[in-house]
Design a protein around this ligand. Structure first.
Ligand SMILES: Nc1ncnc2c1ncn2[C@@H]1O[C@H](COP(=O)(O)OP(=O)(O)O)[C@@H](O)[C@H]1O
Ligand SMILES: [Mg+2]
Length: 417
């Protein structure tokens, strides 16, 4: 008889808080997976499995090898990030564990399949079409409304999402897509020429709805406002909670409907929407995993509930009770983008020198690193977490973005190069 553990995949992507959260949800030991994880191993996890959690066959092989050596098998597998969903599915299938259905996996991993299913299920989505090469795109464009957006069907972090003002810009937009996706085959084992074009939604606001899915029901946990860079790029530079649209019932119903139509029955889903100037709601995409960008932490700060714990519980148990909570004040994350050049010095303020609303900093860069232009969230330098217990929300909050900007200028000494 093998003893069982709960396997968390993707903790290294800023999801380490899932360790303590999951330890509160199960008596099983908590395992994580990391390449060469036994070297300087993470001591917050009970078990560390040497393996690559982002590669389907390697992740399964790592769990099997660990079983032979240690006599332990997974009793649950919980994916925390986009790239660990498919490896987790393979492990769950092999060991016969609770997991997202095949249907959910197909419909949520591919933006084209997602759009088709959402549209068929009655959700409002921007006009969309799929293509592989430039000639095909040019033909499609003949009767496609412009401006438009082109993007890889299978990516994240706004990677490759390109604004196309008119037909004249198709060739350069396509070149950009090619550049971004050229290594997808070797890196992730997926197609490097699968793209789609979409009608550009001129959004008044963009937001996400965090939904908890279980075998026995679904509920909305939070609505989060997003801030993005100005056109032609679409990088998220801020998140804040609660949203100015927290009471928008049509929006929350659309998020629940999206989970239902895409057959998501485990875990948090991060469901992204845009609302245009006439109030029309468009589903952008559904990610069947915990939100990144620190949203679980600001939610925990303002609501006192750990979303990562609920996420793990929904893979462990059919029914998940959500503690009662009330959000007051404002919790936010501002992403840091330094001036372009080379970072000569990082001057971190002492904790007591931070604005009193700032409660944490994430730094994703180091002295000597280059600061590249901002095309996707891979080019951000980190983020600042804020909490105002007494904030009165009147319209979209801006103070946290200004404070982030000030801190960024203070922290990064950049030399132009
Ligand atoms: N059809 C669209 N109209 C307007 N903006 C869009 C559209 N599609 C994507 N965007 C912008 O690009 C961002 C990233 O696109 P998304 O489809 O969510 O891909 P990713 O998986 O990279 O997050 C969105 O958050 C949004 O700001
Ligand atoms: Mg997105």
């Amino acid at each position: 008889m093998y003893s069982k553990y709960c396997l968390l995949l993707g903790t290294e992507k800023n999801r380490f808080r899932a360790l303590v959260a999951t330890a509160r949800a199960t008596n099983m030991k908590i395992a994580i997976m990391a390449p060469s994880g036994y070297v300087n191993g993470n001591r917050y996890a009970d078990l560390v499995i040497d393996g690559n959690p982002e590669n389907i066959e390697q992740a399964l092989a790592a769990v099997q090898t660990f079983a032979e050596r240690e006599g332990m098998q997974p009793g649950a597998v919980v994916p925390l990030t986009e790239m660990t969903i498919a490896p987790g599915a393979r492990i769950a299938q092999y060991y016969n564990l609770n997991y997202l259905s095949e249907k959910a996996l197909t419909l949520t991993r591919n933006k084209f399949e997602m759009r088709k299913a959402a549209h068929a299920g009655g959700l409002n989505v921007p006009k969309f079409a799929r293509f592989n090469h430039l000639e095909q795109l040019a033909t499609l464009a003949e009767d496609f409304p412009f401006p438009a957006v082109v993007k890889p069907t299978n990516a994240g972090g706004s990677e490759g999402v390109t604004y196309v003002a008119s037909k004249d810009d198709l060739a350069s937009a396509f070149a950009n897509l090619r550049r971004v996706t050229e290594n997808y085959g070797s890196e992730f084992g997926m197609a490097d020429n699968d793209y789609q074009i979409e009608q550009f939604v001129d959004a008044r606001i963009e937001l996400s709805v965090e939904v908890l899915n279980t075998k026995t029901g679904r509920r909305v946990l939070a609505v989060t406002d997003k801030e993005l860079t100005p056109l032609p790029h679409f990088v998220e530079i801020g998140h804040s909670l609660p949203s100015i649209e927290s009471d928008n019932e049509a929006l929350k119903q659309a998020a629940l409907k999206a989970c239902e139509v895409l057959d998501v029955e485990h875990g948090i889903a991060h469901v992204e929407f845009m609302i245009d100037h006439s109030g029309k709601i468009y589903l952008l995409e559904l990610n069947a995993r915990t939100p990144g960008g620190g949203i679980p932490e600001i939610f925990e700060k303002i609501a006192g509930v750990n979303m990562l714990e609920l996420h793990s519980r929904s893979y462990l148990y059919d029914e998940v009770k959500v503690p009662a909570y009330h959000m007051s004040g404002l919790a936010a994350i501002g992403f840091m983008k330094a001036k372009q050049g080379t970072i000569e010095r990082i001057k971190l303020p002492a904790q007591h020198e931070l604005p009193k609303e700032a409660f944490g900093l994430q730094l994703w860069t180091s002295e000597g690193a280059r600061v590249n232009p901002l095309y996707s969230n891979a080019e951000l330098e980190g983020y600042v977490e804020f909490f105002w217990p007494d904030y009165e929300l009147n319209g979209k909050p801006k103070e946290y973005l200004m404070l982030t900007q000030q801190l960024t200028e203070q922290i990064f000494e950049v030399v132009e190069s």
